[in-house]
Design a protein around this ligand. Structure first.
Ligand code: PMP
Length: 402
């Protein structure tokens, strides 16, 4: 007998297991629409030229070292990261009531944020949208909080946000509950509330004394504009509540594997700022001691330099424009091939994904017959499509829904 004999097999991750199945598929026609990573129109991974430029710069600069960062990360990166999401003129920043710590990308920001809540705020219930990015349901209990509950989010009939259902569910939540919002480009539905709807949501959150936790994994990648994609986050910060904001530079700088992100804790008053920072540092010290330097150094360099920042903005416009073009191409190809149904939601959705409405059986059919891979809920990564594959995918979708 080994101590390991009774370890049960964990289920495969619904998103990451798709990449493994795709790699194992020998078909030359295979298409991966599963994982949310940007691809060029040749289907290749993309390193932003501005990222490459600073990588070379730091590699060649003899003053570059690989020393430890402090537990809360690279100070310059934290300062610029908070400014990027909250805005340069943010009163919360100017009043010194924001604590920003570097995190292991967006997931790590969520993880330390929820661990902080479990340790210092209490056993609060965390509400996530239905549906949501599947990892939210893993991270919250792993951080020591009760299992998540959902609030209504997506209306399958209108293929938009069920804002009345959302508001009803939030108004029934216990005071002090944590509510996760996707700041932009909701994953997996690609449906975001309108500005007016966000204004109604912020009112309910304030009146029910809920604690918003913004997960902003796609700033600049959704609309192509960094400020537009921060709008909802800033609306909540302006209302003056205690809240959390997670950031990721995986998509918007294409640094998926470098794990660059940040957690911002926005306080009502600056009183507890030092205490909050000290406890976050303590949590980080016990988990992984301190975050990696390489990606944060590059991100900070891009954000600190006016020209580099402008180049980055242009890259974001380019990447998001290619994704929008693929939306139009796919919708048009489905109209052209006569696939039954209305496909306008593909162009109306925003961000990296389209929630196609394909059932899990149709998804399995497309995988088995056409070697096209996507998550079983019918979520398609638009960045995985190219001019060369879009018609093939549209024809397979037609075959699947007929
Ligand atoms: N939140 C959401 C909603 C996401 O879609 C993602 C990326 N798939 C993340 C967080 C975090 O990703 P990462 O840890 O790679 O930054």
């Amino acid at each position: 007998h080994s101590i390991f004999d009774s370890v049960p097999q964990a289920p495969p991750d619904p998103i990451l297991s798709i990449s493994a199945a795709f790699r194992a598929d020998a078909s030359p026609r295979k298409v991966n629409l599963g994982v949310g990573a940007y691809r060029t129109d040749a289907g290749a991974p993309y390193v932003l030229p501005i990222v490459r430029k600073f990588e070379k710069h730091f590699a060649n600069d003899p003053s570059t070292t690989h020393e430890y960062l402090p537990q809360d990360g690279f100070t310059k990166f934290n300062r610029l990261s908070a400014r990027l999401i909250l805005g340069a003129d943010s009163p919360a920043l100017n009043e010194g009531r924001v604590v920003t710590v570097q995190a292991l990308s967006g997931t790590g920001a969520l993880r330390i944020g929820f661990a902080f809540i479990a340790n210092f705020i209490g056993q609060r219930v965390v509400y996530v949208p239905n549906p949501t990015w599947s990892n939210h349901r893993n991270v919250v209990p792993q951080a020591g909080l009760p299992a998540t509950r959902s609030y209504r989010y997506f209306d399958a009939n209108t293929r938009g946000v069920d804002v009345e259902g959302l508001l009803q569910d939030l108004s029934c939540a216990d005071e002090g509950s944590i509510v996760v919002f996707h700041g932009c480009a909701h994953n997996p539905t690609g449906a975001d509330p309108s500005k007016d709807e966000w204004r109604r949501i912020v009112q309910v959150v304030a009146s029910k004394k809920l604690v918003p936790f913004f997960d902003n994994a796609y700033q600049g990648f959704a609309s192509g504009n960094l400020n537009t994609d921060a709008w909802s986050t800033r609306l909540f910060v302006q209302s003056g509540m205690d809240m959390f904001v997670a950031q990721s530079y995986a998509k918007n700088m294409g640094m998926y594997g470098e794990r660059v992100g940040a957690l911002n804790v926005v306080l009502r008053s600056p009183k507890a700022v030092d205490a909050v920072r000290s406890q976050l540092k303590q949590l980080i010290r016990a988990m992984y001691s301190n975050p990696p330097l390489h990606g944060a150094r590059i991100a900070a360099a891009i954000m600190a330099d006016e020209d580099a920042f402008r180049q980055w903005e242009m890259e974001l416009e380019k990447m998001s424009a290619r994704i929008r073009t693929m939306r139009t191409r796919l919708r048009d190809a489905l109209i052209k091939n006569g696939a039954p149904g209305n496909w306008d939601h593909i162009v109306n959705q925003i961000g990296m994904f389209s929630f196609t409405g394909l059932t899990s059986q149709q998804v399995a059919f497309m995988r088995d017959k056409y070697h096209i891979y996507m998550t079983s809920n019918g979520r398609v990564s638009m960045a995985g499509l190219t001019e060369g594959t879009v018609e093939y995918v549209a024809d397979a979708m037609k075959d699947a829904v007929l």
